[in-house]
Write a protein that binds this ligand. Structure first.
Ligand code: ATP
Ligand code: MG
Length: 600
């Protein structure tokens, strides 16, 4: 009955990159690597076939591009907590840098002050570090570049490549055209450069109301790519920024700021998700038309989508704000902090990212893949323990009252070096309520009247009778044990069909155990089955709480301690734990019971 499937996961290629001190090349060149050992790193890439991004990087290195440098960045917007999709991007960006002896920056894309907050900045830092990646002090902010970005905007104006527009947001939309119709030019498009410059400077100086003007790139209103129809570069927005305060009332748009931030940092391969593919011409236009020190290349890959959950930050924020979950780190959330609290290890998340791989086409990954990764990892590392989630009292009638003995069991079956743990055995025990059936069907081999089972690690136990309350519910079992079977085997060689776990009633510690199910019952929340409403398939039974009894050694479990509770799954002590009153989250069951339930 004790699960022992071991699927060793491939080792993670986490080669330490020997990184030279940041080179200060040109004035606005932030932490560019100088490529000393990038080529050497390429050779060290693993034995797995390269994904298409690593293949591009290897090719670029071979062709001598970027002076042999590899420099990536992870660019979160600090407007929410990171989720498992971001973890994939982190593993990819930092992983490419590690594999090729390059560098990876952590850059906060903080160009939208209204939604951003330092709380998120701190959480993002913690999460990236926890995942096991090091940006080696290269923590940058798009807002650090506001002055440089502003100067480049002036440069575009002077070159006749940008203009100040008076059209309102609605009018801009009306002029934009559609996929099949070209857009119409703004009547302000041909304003002379000097006038544009004057207006833009006055925009910065705060002379105009929010939305009164925008700075737009002058590209092509008839472009088949709508992103190239004179996209906005700056808007007026009076909002306090979490870093620059009220220094600015104009803020750069994402496409402009992102491309140029990459250029400033000397990013060689700017890896982003597929929805930016249509923005690439604009990305290239920005770096081509401003006097940048370096030309980065954007490469898109398919974002990670996982079934039975949502990953948009907007929806995750709604779950938090509407109280559907207890916070961003609720163990049901697909956030990195949620997974951490749930008991996921950084290794398991990195392994998951590696198993999922990097693709060019959108796909939906089964949640079970994530669970498999943590199961494999915890099977190897989690010490074993016994816990009874729904206790049923057992009196061992032939065991003396007041006596207790210590049963020794290995902490880990595959690691004898970890030693043993002692578990008290006594006359009164708890077993799992569903390990007893008064009138069992043929296929049920656990305890029943007259039936013998093995108590994990020790005696065989036979049920003599069940004691019921007035409502007819079984409240206690009267049993006997066979003293000759203390070591878990009988001298006559008989073998019970089942082994069940147990704890000694007077020694066990009470614990709260939180059992989780998927947060949504639909594979794609908000999909067709939900009539487009992503809240429609919220699973009302995603959290179940059990008043458990656990072996005494667990009473002092510290938040973050992980265990396999035999037969029940992997569990992690929650920060809500108090001395003598631990709280455990079930990270994952021992087997994928969900696939069976879902009828797959
Ligand atoms: P949302 O769409 O929910 O607002 P976002 O993608 O805009 O999230 P960012 O903070 O901009 O969030 O993302 C930072 C980086 O992580 C970006 O490079 C983005 O492409 C990447 N990323 C975000 N979601 C995923 C995902 N599901 N799979 C892979 N990479 C992702
Ligand atoms: Mg984004």
């Amino acid at each position: 009955m004790i699960a022992s499937a071991i699927t060793p996961a491939p080792a993670i290629a986490a080669r330490e990159a020997a990184v030279p001190a940041p080179a200060v090349a040109c004035g606005y060149n932030v932490g560019m690597s100088n490529g000393t050992d990038a080529a050497a790193g390429a050779a060290a890439a693993s034995d797995k076939p390269l994904d298409f991004i690593r293949a591009i990087v290897a090719e670029d290195l071979q062709a001598g591009k970027h002076g042999g440098r590899v420099h990536t960045r992870f660019p979160p917007e600090p407007n929410g907590y990171l989720h498992i999709g971001h973890a994939k991007s982190i593993c990819l960006n930092f992983g490419v840098a590690l594999d090729f002896g390059g560098r990876c920056n952590l850059r906060f894309d903080d160009t939208n002050p209204a939604k951003e907050d330092v709380e998120y900045v701190d959480a993002i830092r913690d999460d990236v570090r926890w995942l096991g990646f090091d940006w080696e002090g290269r923590e940058f902010y798009a807002s650090d570049y506001f002055e440089q970005l502003y100067l480049w905007a002036e440069e575009l104006i002077q070159k006749g490549l940008a203009y100040v527009d008076n059209l309102t947001a609605d009018e801009v939309r009306e002029h934009r055209g559609t996929l099949t119709e070209p857009g119409r030019e703004s009547p302000y498009r041909d304003r002379p450069a000097a006038e544009n410059l004057d207006l833009f400077r006055r925009m910065r100086a705060g002379e105009f109301a929010d939305g009164a003007y925008t700075l737009r790139a002058k590209i092509d209103m008839a472009s088949p790519n709508i992103n190239m129809r004179d996209p906005a570069l700056y808007r007026i927005r009076r909002a306090s920024h979490h870093r620059t305060g009220d220094a600015w009332c104009i803020y750069p748009m994402y496409d402009f700021a992102h491309a140029l931030s990459d250029a400033i940092e000397g990013i060689t391969h700017s890896i982003c998700t597929l929805e930016f593919e249509d923005h690439r011409p604009l990305y290239d236009w920005c770096v081509a038309n401003c006097s940048v020190p370096h030309v980065p290349r954007q490469i898109e890959f398919a974002r990670l989508n996982v079934g039975y959950t949502v990953m948009s930050k907007r929806r995750l924020l709604a779950l938090v704000q509407e109280g559907v979950v207890s916070g961003w780190d609720d163990p049901r959330m697909p956030t990195i902090c949620g997974l951490r609290r749930r008991g996921y290890t950084p290794e398991s998340i990195r392994e998951f990212a590696s198993r999922v791989g990097v693709a060019k086409r959108e796909n939906l990954v089964d949640y079970a893949l994530l669970e498999d990764a943590v199961r494999d990892d915890l099977n190897r590392r989690a010490p074993r323990a016994m816990a009874v989630l729904r206790p049923l009292k057992v009196i061992v009638e032939n065991y003396p009252e007041g006596r207790a003995e210590q049963i020794e069991l290995p902490r880990h079956p595959d690691r004898p070096e970890d030693g043993v743990r002692a578990i008290p055995f006594s006359r009164e025990l708890y077993i799992e309520r569903d390990d007893f059936m008064e009138d069992p069907p043929k296929t049920y081999f656990r305890l029943a009247p007259g039936r013998e089972v093995r108590l994990r690690g020790t005696y065989f136990l036979t049920c003599r009778r069940a004691v019921k309350n007035e409502a007819g519910e079984v409240v206690e079992l009267r049993c006997t044990c066979d003293p000759a079977t203390r070591g878990g085997s009988a001298p006559d060689g008989r073998k019970p069909k089942a082994t069940i776990h147990w704890v000694s009633a007077s020694h066990a510690a009470p614990a709260e155990v939180r059992l989780y199910d998927r947060l949504f019952t639909s594979l794609v929340p908000g999909g067709e089955a939900d009539g487009g409403d992503w809240r429609a398939s919220l699973n009302p039974a995603s959290l179940d709480t059990a008043a458990a009894m656990v072996e005494p050694s667990l009473a002092g479990a510290k938040p973050g301690d992980r265990f396999q509770f035999e037969r029940l799954g992997y569990f992690c002590a929650d920060p809500d734990s108090r001395p003598g009153r631990p709280v455990f989250n079930r990270t994952v069951t021992l087997k994928d019971t969900w696939a069976r339930v879902a009828g797959k």
